[in-house]
Design a protein around this ligand. Structure first.
Ligand SMILES: Cc1ncc(COP(=O)(O)O)c(C=O)c1O
Length: 304
């Protein structure tokens, strides 16, 4: 019988039967036919520690034996707390709050909601749109599709259904480019901010490396310049490090190349090395709103 699985990015009418994976070790997985394949995509950038890693497997077994789930609504537990403290320790200084969810896309949705809520708490509810970059990919939920490249991305089909946001040209300067060479890219970003900052809550970017949009690498100077522009225009800066996090660009986070702290940062994929679906959205303290404000910020996503 033909498998009922509908594969991602495949058309039901044309998808061909997929080979079945039966196991994996290190950088390779094995097919039912015993053929060994090198997983050169790292399972869409998830398997950063490889297949069959003994420590990861043991940790999952141990935890499953103790407690499989706890909702974080009004409750906590030690492993969640320990992970949050560790993420605060290793991410750029100032990111002190951690919101958990279950995938890179949902982590990005959380980030966008935090940004909108932040401006609402500041008395600026009109700042509710996002600014994203062409060539961007931020995920496949509706909110994320709306901030992926609207032309070359794969979501054009849904344009009538998605909320409308703003886009700036993708950066073109190379990783090695010096400060002067990123001017052109930053001018393009500035032009969009000058026109629309009054309604922009946040600039979203995959810092340094636009991954799914074509492995478009840019300079740390661009990332630094984007931080300065965000401060100038009262726009939050969100780093989507779902693909770049945990050493994929040579430092622990792409943000570290530019020594920039974003206001919000999203981690997934490498966070569990692909062993579990999990994401973390980190925020700096000011996202809470002014101390005097009684109203508490609330990001309404179930995060068990
Ligand atoms: C940069 C980036 N952001 C977000 C996502 C979405 O993550 P997920 O597939 O876990 O929802 C991806 C997935 O490839 C990604 O590369």
């Amino acid at each position: 019988m033909q498998s009922p699985i509908w594969h991602p990015y495949a058309h039901l009418k044309t998808q061909t039967p997929a080979p079945k994976v039966s196991g994996g070790q290190g950088a390779c997985f094995t097919l039912e036919t015993d053929e060994q394949l090198l997983d050169a995509t790292c399972s869409w950038w998830c398997m950063i520690h490889g297949y069959g890693h003994p420590r990861l497997i043991q940790a999952i077994r141990d935890q499953a034996g103790e407690l499989c789930h706890v909702m974080l609504g009004g409750l906590s537990h030690e492993p969640a707390d320990r992970l949050a403290r560790e993420l605060v320790r290793i991410t750029p200084a100032g990111l002190n709050h951690v919101f958990y969810s279950d995938s890179g896309s949902v982590g990005m949705e959380v980030a966008m909601k935090m940004a909108v809520q932040y401006h609402r708490l500041q008395g600026k509810p009109h700042k509710h749109r996002m600014l994203a970059l062409m060539k961007a990919y931020h995920g496949d939920t509706a909110g994320c599709m709306a901030v992926c490249d609207p032309e070359e991305g794969m979501h054009g089909l849904f344009s009538g259904y998605l909320p409308q946001h703003h886009f700036a040209p993708a950066p073109t300067a190379a990783f090695e480019a010096d400060k002067a060479d990123v001017d052109h890219d930053l001018q393009a970003l500035r032009a969009v901010l000058e026109r629309h900052h009054h309604e922009i809550a946040a600039l979203l970017m995959e810092p340094l490396l636009q991954a799914a949009g074509g492995l478009n690498m840019t300079s740390p100077h661009y990332v630094k310049g984007a931080r300065q522009l965000c401060d100038e225009f009262d726009v939050l800066l969100i780093f989507d490090e779902v693909a770049t996090g945990f050493g994929r660009t040579g430092k622990m986070f792409a943000a570290d190349h530019a020594k920039v702290t974003p206001d919000i940062m999203v981690l997934s994929k490498g966070l569990t090395g692909g062993y579990l679906g999990h994401a973390a959205t980190l925020a700096v303290c000011r996202i809470k709103g002014r101390e005097s404000q009684k109203q508490r910020p609330f990001v309404g996503f179930s995060a068990g």
